[in-house]
Design a protein around this ligand. Structure first.
Ligand code: ATR
Length: 285
């Protein structure tokens, strides 16, 4: 019988994860099935244990359940503990192990797919919610010169910077306190793109050497990548690569085999260019 995996979210019907993990499984010859589980915030605390009681081997967790998932784990990896959020769960002999692969996925996309060298760089992180929190640790491990967290609400930014202070040169401010320096990398971890909005940051933050990276993604330009282009950024990218790379890390944790993310990213890009959403791909058996 195939090993059972799935993703929990609310809403979750537009998730690309079944397609991505289906392609990984086919590529590596792993016998798995992967299903969508739409679970409301009220149901999630029951649905997740039920899934593993019924034999589930592993799960991905997406919005809005990542923080609650961390509370439901028997064990957390250091990254998941620091992020206080879980996006990947592995069923082990000792119970449920919670991991957070978002930061590693972002870093792999920045380094391997976009070819960025971030050691000594100036990074601006926009937003101080769960998406920022899940990625600050792995970004600081790259030893940037500065990592400034800017947010609409000061206290959240300050708290986040304080939480990661022992890991590197992280500081915090409001959007209008960013100043006039430009940044090598500007990461949008706010949910503004989902509303078609752009965080209100100074135009001087962007130069021709800047990369504007939006953790959000869509079949069209996001409001943030469109803004970056208008401001003359050297490059702009949406979070498609992060999506595929965080999934590759999860797949490796589950199956012990590292899939090749390149062909999956190419396939996603074709769907994006065609404006279509693929159905799930199940492995050949
Ligand atoms: P997530 O888990 O996706 O990060 P979240 O924890 O609700 O979601 O955080 C959303 C982030 O986007 C926050 O930093 C939020 O700013 P506040 O802390 O001030 O609420 C930010 N955000 C949401 N909408 C925004 C907008 N229109 N402009 C700028 N920032 C926005």
């Amino acid at each position: 019988m195939s090993d059972v995996y799935g993703v929990f979210g609310y809403p979750v019907e537009h998730s690309w994860s079944p397609f991505i993990h289906g392609m990984f499984a086919r590529q590596t010859g792993q016998d798995i099935v992967y299903h969508l589980h739409e679970s409301t915030p009220e149901q999630f605390r029951e649905d997740l244990p039920d899934f593993f009681r019924d034999g589930g081997k592993g799960a991905n967790i997406t919005l809005p359940h990542k923080q609650v998932a961390a509370e439901l784990m028997d064990e957390l990896t250091p990254r998941a503990r620091r992020a206080a959020a879980v996006n990947t769960i592995l069923a082990t002999d000792h119970g449920l192990l919670g991991e957070n692969t978002d930061g590693a996925g972002l870093v792999t996309d920045l380094k391997s797919n976009l070819g960025l060298v971030l050691r000594g760089s100036r990074i601006l992180m926009l937003g101080a919610g769960g998406a920022a929190r899940g990625t600050l640790g792995p970004l600081l491990e790259l030893k940037p010169r500065t990592l400034l967290v800017a947010n609409r609400t000061r206290d959240r930014a300050l708290q986040l910077a304080q939480h990661f202070q022992d890991q590197g040169p992280v500081s915090a401010c409001l959007f209008d306190e960013i100043g006039r320096e430009s940044f090598d990398l500007i990461i949008n971890a706010t949910s503004a793109s989902l509303l078609g909005e752009v965080p209100n940051i100074p135009e001087t933050a962007v130069s021709s050497g800047s990369v504007c990276y939006d953790m959000s993604y869509g079949v069209r330009e996001t409001s943030f990548t469109a803004w970056g282009k208008r401001m003359g950024a050297g490059a702009c990218a949406q979070g498609w690569g992060m999506l595929v790379e965080q999934a590759a890390e999860a797949f490796f944790l589950w199956r012990g085999v590292k899939p090749d993310s390149g062909p999956v990213l190419d396939a996603l890009r074709k769907h994006v260019a065609a404006g279509t959403q693929p159905g799930a791909v199940q492995p050949d058996r």
